[in-house]
Design a protein around this ligand. Structure first.
Ligand SMILES: [Zn+2]
Length: 409
C-alpha cells in the first residue's frame, strides 16, 4: 500500500451507499437508504455463498491457497476483522508463505494447524510445514509480522530438530532514494532521509537487523531454553533481478517490460516473479507458483501492469489486490485542484480498482480471480462486486482463512 493513506483514513467510515445498486446488478434503482441497504445485503449474500462453495471445493485438495490476511494498508481498519496481507500456498504437506502483514503469524498457525496430525505436546508444530516465504515488496503492511513469524516460530515448529531453515526471499536494497512526490502546482519540498547511512535496506539486511534488535530475547532463549541460533531457523535472500536493457534505474524505470524469471524451485513448486507497478516502491514483485496440480499468481501491490498479465497467463487462480475507487474519490472529491488531482492519480496509479481488476483477469485468461489486499479494509461486498465486470470466470471476494483449491480446470 502506498503512502497517501493518511488522507484516506479520514474517509474510512460513513461509507454505506457507494456503488451499492449497480454493483449487484440492480442499476436504475434509486439509492434510498433502504434500497442501498438491500443492495449491500444482496451483494454480501452472494459473496458469502461464493466463498462457501469455494471452501467446499477446496476440502481435500492437495494444492490450495489459504488466504491468511486480506486487508491492505498499514492501519487497523475500523469495523473489520481482516488482518494484514498474507497468503499461504499448500502442496501436500509443504507450505509456502507470501507476505507477512500484521496478524499473519497467528493466521499462519490457524491455517496450518489442521494439517498437523498426531500428538501435539506443548506448542503446535504447524510452522514445521513451512519451507519458504516470499515478500512482494518492503511496505510495512506486507512485512510487519516478520518478527512474530521468526521469534514465535521458535515455539511453532521452526525450531524442530532436523527442520531445514526457512528460505525467505524478497527485494534487495533499492539502491537509491525514492523521489519526493510533489503534486502539480505545489512547491517542491526537501525531505530529510531517515537512517541516511542505510536508507533503503533489502530483505537480507532487514532480517539481520530485526534479529539483532531482538538479541536479548534470542540469547535468553538460547541460554535458558537451549534454542538454536536463529541463523539455523531462517536464511534470507535478496532476489537478484535479471539484466534488462530497458532498465535504467528504480526511479526512471521502476517497471521495465520483462519476462518472468525463476526465484525458487523444489519438488513441490516452481516460483517465478516479475516486476509490477507500485512506484515509487522498487522492486515490487508479483509471484507465480506452478505445481503439479495447477498454478496460482499473487499480484502483490500494483496498478494495471502488462508484466502481471504476462506472469498470470493461463493461471488457474489469480489472487489480486484491489482498491475501491469511490473511497479514493471521497478522499479527493471533485472538483479537484491540480494538486488534489495529482494526489488522486498518484494513489490510483499504484493500485488496481475493482472496476479494473476483472479486465486484467480476463486478459490473463485465468479461471478464478480472488480479491485480497482490500483497501479500505472494511470494504463491503457491494464495493467490490464491480470486480466481476469484464471477467468471464469466477470472482471470489477473499476473506481471512478462506481456502481456494489450485486445480487444473
Ligand atoms: Zn504497498
Amino acid at each position: 500500500m502506498c503512502g497517501c493513506l493518511g488522507v484516506l483514513l479520514r474517509h474510512a467510515t460513513n461509507r454505506r451507499t457507494m456503488l451499492a445498486a449497480t454493483a449487484v446488478g440492480i442499476a436504475g434503482m434509486s439509492l434510498t437508504a433502504e434500497s442501498a441497504q438491500a443492495a449491500e445485503d444482496e451483494a454480501e449474500r452472494r459473496a458469502t455463498e461464493t466463498r462457501r462453495l469455494v471452501a467446499e471445493s477446496a476440502k481435500g485438495a492437495r494444492s490450495r491457497v489459504i488466504l491468511l490476511g486480506t486487508a491492505g494498508g498499514p492501519t487497523f481498519w475500523p469495523g473489520s476483522t481482516r488482518v494484514g496481507i498474507s497468503s499461504a500456498v499448500v502442496v501436500g504437506d509443504a507450505a509456502y508463505l507470501v507476505d507477512c502483514g500484521s496478524g499473519a503469524a497467528r493466521r499462519l498457525q490457524q491455517g496450518l494447524e489442521p494439517m498437523i496430525t498426531g500428538p501435539k505436546p506443548g506448542n503446535t508444530r504447524a510452522y514445521s510445514l513451512l519451507r519458504a516465504a516470499f515478500l512482494t515488496h518492503m511496505h510495512s503492511d506486507h512485512t510487519a509480522d516478520l518478527p512474530a513469524l521468526l521469534l514465535y516460530g521458535y515455539y511453532a515448529g521452526l525450531d524442530l530438530p532436523g527442520h531445514a531453515p526457512l528460505q525467505l526471499f524478497g527485494p534487495g536494497p533499492r539502491g537509491e532514494m525514492m523521489p519526493v512526490f510533489t503534486p502539480p502546482g505545489r512547491p517542491a519540498r526537501e525531505v530529510p532521509a531517515f537512517n541516511p547511512a542505510n536508507p533503503t535496506p533489502g530483505t537480507k539486511q532487514m532480517i539481520d537487523l530485526l534479529l539483532q534488535a531482538y538479541a536479548t530475547d534470542i540469547n535468553d532463549r538460547m541460554r535458558d531454553q537451549g534454542r538454536r541460533d536463529p541463523a539455523q531457523l531462517v536464511q534470507a535472500h535478496d532476489i537478484a533481478l535479471p539484466k534488462l536493457e530497458s532498465f535504467r534505474s528504480p526511479n526512471e524505470t521502476p517497471t521495465p517490460s520483462m519476462a518472468p524469471f525463476k526465484v525458487f524451485e523444489d519438488d513441490r513448486v516452481r516460483v517465478s516473479a516479475t516486476l509490477v507497478a507500485h512506484a515509487p516502491i522498487f522492486p515490487a514483485f508479483a509471484y507465480r507458483f506452478d505445481t503439479d496440480d495447477g498454478s496460482v499468481v499473487f499480484s502483490g501491490d500494483t496498478g494495471p501492469c502488462d508484466n502481471l498479465i504476462t506472469l498470470a497467463k493461463g493461471a488457474d487462480v489469480l489472487v489480486h489486490e484491489v482498491i475501491v475507487q469511490a473511497f479514493v474519490d471521497r478522499a479527493y472529491p471533485a472538483p479537484r485542484s491540480p494538486a488534489e488531482e495529482g494526489l488522486h492519480a498518484h494513489l490510483l496509479s499504484a493500485h488496481t480498482t475493482a472496476e479494473q481488476v476483472g479486465k486484467i483477469a480476463e486478459a490473463a485468461g485465468v479461471k478464478t480471480l480472488v480479491l485480497n489486499h482490500m483497501v479500505p479494509g472494511n470494504a463491503t461486498a457491494a464495493d467490490l462486486m464491480p470486480a466481476q465486470l469484464g471477467f468471464s470466470g469466477r470472482m471470489v471476494i477473499g476473506d481471512d482463512l478462506l481456502e481456494v483449491a489450485i486445480r487444473k480446470t
